[in-house]
Each structure stands twice: as structure tokens, then as C-alpha cells.
Ligand binder design. Sequence first.
Ligand SMILES: N[C@@H](CCC(=O)N[C@@H](CS)C(=O)NCC(=O)O)C(=O)O
Length: 211
Amino acid sequence: MILVGQYDSPYVRRVGISLHLLGIPFERDTRSVFSDADAMRRINPLGRIPALVLDDGEVLIDSAAILDHVDQLVGPERALVPPAGAERRQALRLIALGSGAVDKAGAIAYERMLRPADKIHQPWIERCAEQLASALGALERAEMSPWLLGKRLLQPDIMVGAMLGYLKLRVPDALPPGRYPALERFSAQCESEAGFAKTRPAADETMPSAL
Ligand SMILES: N[C@@H](CCC(=O)N[C@@H](CS)C(=O)NCC(=O)O)C(=O)O
């Protein structure tokens, strides 16, 4: 299978981390959604990443749908989202907080990096920053013992860890030193895992500035 997308995308990274963690071999297509937009739209009509090209050529899009397939491949014992009940609901809530935080951080990064300076709308950035801080506050108060759902590293940890890595890269002002001590420790714990280490964005995996 081929994972399409660059690791500066936390959505691509969370798929890469999950595949490494589960020991599923894969290749990479690291073309850019910006500089290779036409080619990327032939893979995913939305021109977004990640996509996962299966060995028979079928293309899965959207990290949640890709990871749903990966969980089915490995079966309920090894799946990274619990199969049912309160634990599954809690996992999905934590994943939603992590991916929602990425969406807000992404909106800030795109506003700052893709718009000409005179078209940047500061009130929109401030609204996104408040929503992002509120989500980070909720995650800061979450139990981590040592992972979000207990002893095993699961999809909520991967999503939140990838989100924190993305913030450090693209919106570092969202993580003022000392404001989120539990999340700082949690991020270091995630980044020391092999799957996180193998999926650090390369220097050329980056976004363009003003389109
Ligand atoms: N819900 C999607 C979000 C994917 C997404 O936002 N991808 C971004 C990179 S982080 C992208 O492709 N952006 C390019 C664009 O939308 O033009 C998922 O979970 O895969």
C-alpha cells in the first residue's frame, strides 16, 4: 500500500504512525497538494491528503476512513479504536478534540501563510485561537496514565500527539511555555515512540507562503 501525503500534515502523520505501530509495511508518495495539485486531484478529487492506495488500486481518502479500514485489517484485538461501549465513545471524543484542534490550528496557519499580508483577517485568527485554546485546556485536564485510555497507546494518543507536533511546527504561539505542562510531557512521551520518530516531517515537507 502507498500512503499519499507529506508528514507535516498531522492527518498523514497519524496514518503513518498507526501503520508503523501495527507493523503494516507501506510505501510513500510525498508529492505536495500545493505544487503537485493536479496529480493529487487524480488520486483524491478533493486534492487533499492523506490518501491510502491499496495493493489492488482502490484509493481510501480521509484519515478517519483510512484508519477505520486499518483497524478492520488487524481485527478487534489489535485495533487502535476500542470496538464498543464507553471506551469507544471516550476514544472518539478525544480524537474529535485532537482533530478539531488541528482544524483550528490549520485555519490559523493557512490564514497566515496563504493569504497576502493585507488580506489577513485578525478577528478570524483570534476566534480560531480561542477555540484551539479551549480544546487544549480540555485535553490538558484529561487523565493520562500513561496514555489517554490507560496502559496502551491507541488512536486518541496518536491523534493528540500528532496534533501537538503540528502546533509546534506551524502555530507555536498556541503553546506558550508552561501553559500546558501535562500536554508538554505527553508530547515528549509520544515523540519518544518509534512510530512518531519514523514520521517526523522532512525539511522539504513544507507549505508554500502566500499563494
Ligand atoms: N478530515 C481530513 C482532513 C485532511 C486535511 O485537512 N488535509 C490537509 C493537510 S493537513 C490538506 O490536504 N490540505 C490541502 C487543502 O485542503 O487544500 C482527514 O482527516 O484526512
